[in-house]
Design a binder for this molecule. Structure first.
Ligand code: PLP
Length: 435
């Protein structure tokens, strides 16, 4: 047994902040991160032997729950055949076929290892295809830690209250126009001024890195219309929403029924089922600009890694309609229970939902405004209510995302017992939030 305090002290002496990714350090909620030794189903267990119902799900990938038997077996079988070949495998084509079957707007897929690599590749591809330099992104949208897209990013950048990142040159930042989310007039104005120089608009399909902020009806379709009119590409970042909010991600809920598609999709998280797989996909006419067919270079020693691909394939194969129905229902139960408990304590809040993703924002002003629609709205909330709420839940054995700017993730493994534990922890936690 190792206490979390001992583990954190040891890790801090050799890892910056004691972690390999900033939000894990509990910076915005305070206290000591739980050093996890195992995870199964809906729970994680720390080195001190304590088990928690987990609402982080590895920040999304664990759609089926942790260590799903079919995924673990697929990984073990693949590992026994060899860890990495640096040569093509048919499993990569099978994974692409699975993605294309779910998201028919994708004709070809390039596999990479992280969501950051996927968006980086999509950006390079958009610039390569159009021959234009500029990008539009939206404040509060997080697309990974590539220089071009770190400006006013959500996620850890919001959690740590950073304006962006040191180390990003003015030249790089200067090629990214950051616009307010859900504001099509701002997009029209940017195109009116810079249209011939804009390579792409990149947007989270449904933002979940500034807390969840649902796109207004017609916003994504409007981006499609404007980009098409100006010869720019639309990159729909589904790293977080892809294969999570529906079989075909957010696009399956919105774009497919409405009859529009982006030029490029980026995928991550669920596509690897907890292993490092991500991808960029789209029509062959765009994707074939990538090397070795086209002039846009992209490569990776571990891209399409056979063990990781096996995990992704097993995850997508197991993610049937029942899984999505379960996760939707569980998200409804938890979000409604939290909201009811906050209301009972008189804590003004809004519930942000986008499919099965949800988060909460605190404060009267936001309630009066009908909930946050942009990053500026989100930042104006009473975020100080979250840390005491978070810690009261943790004390009761429920691990929430350690930041008010992150979505809560349910999985197929959140059964009635797990949901009951979450609901049972709420009265004390909402009292803490009210204080
Ligand atoms: N895009 C979105 C929408 C994300 O949520 C994330 C990560 O949270 C990324 C890109 C970056 O993915 P990764 O952390 O795998 O690099």
């Amino acid at each position: 047994m190792t206490t979390n305090e001992d583990a954190f002290a040891r890790a801090q002496s050799v890892l910056p902040g004691g972690v390999s990714s900033p939000v894990r350090a509990y910076g915005s909620v305070g206290g000591t991160p739980r050093f996890v030794t195992s995870a199964r189903g809906a729970t994680i267990t720390d080195g001190a032997g304590r088990t928690y119902v987990d609402l982080v799900a590895s920040w999304g990938p664990a759609l089926l729950g942790h260590a799903h038997p079919a995924v673990v077996a697929a990984v073990q079988e693949a590992a026994a055949r060899g860890l990495s070949f640096g040569a093509p495998t048919l499993a990569e084509a099978e994974l692409a076929e699975q993605v294309i079957a779910r998201v028919p707007a994708v004709e070809k897929l390039r596999l990479v290892s992280t969501g950051t690599e996927a968006t980086m590749t999509a950006v390079r591809l958009a610039r390569g295809v159009t021959g234009r330099p500029l990008l539009i992104k939206f404040a509060g949208c997080y697309h990974g830690h590539l220089d071009a897209l770190l400006a006013q990013a959500g996620s850890g950048v919001a959690t740590l209250a950073l304006p962006g990142s040191a180390g990003v040159t003015e030249a790089s930042a200067g090629e990214t126009l950051v616009l307010p989310y859900n504001d099509l007039a701002a997009v029209e104005a940017a195109f009116a001024e810079h249209g011939p120089r804009i390579a792409a608009v990149i947007t989270e399909a449904a933002p979940a890195n500034m807390g969840v902020v649902e796109p207004d009806a017609g916003f994504n379709a409007g981006l499609r219309r404007i980009t098409a009119a100006h010869g720019a590409l639309l990159i729909l970042d589904e790293v977080l929403t892809g294969f999570r909010v529906s079989r075909a991600g957010w696009w399956g809920l919105e774009g497919q029924p409405e009859g529009w598609a982006p030029d490029l999709f980026t995928f991550g998280k669920v596509i690897g089922g907890g292993m490092p797989v991500a991808g960029v996909g789209g029509p062959a006419a765009v994707m074939d600009h990538l090397a070795p067919l086209g002039p846009v270079y992209q490569a990776g020693t571990l891209s399409g890694n056979p063990v990781a691909v096996a995990a992704g394939l097993a995850t997508l194969r197991a993610a049937d309609d029942a899984v999505y129905a379960h996760v939707d229902r569980a998200a409804g139960i938890v979000s409604e229970a939290v909201s009811a408990a906050l209301t009972a304590e008189g804590v003004a809040h809004t519930v942000q939902r986008a499919g099965s993703l949800f988060s909460f924002a605190f404060g009267d002003g936001l309630v009066r405004a009908g909930g946050p629609r942009s990053y500026a709205d989100v930042l104006a909330q009473e975020s100080w209510r979250y840390p005491p709420f978070f810690h009261a839940m943790l004390d009761a054995g429920v691990a929430l995302p350690p930041s008010v700017f992150e979505a809560w993730f349910l999985t197929a493994a959140h059964d009635d017992a797990a949901l009951d534990q979450i609901v049972g922890a709420l009265p004390a936690a909402t009292r803490a939030a009210a204080a």
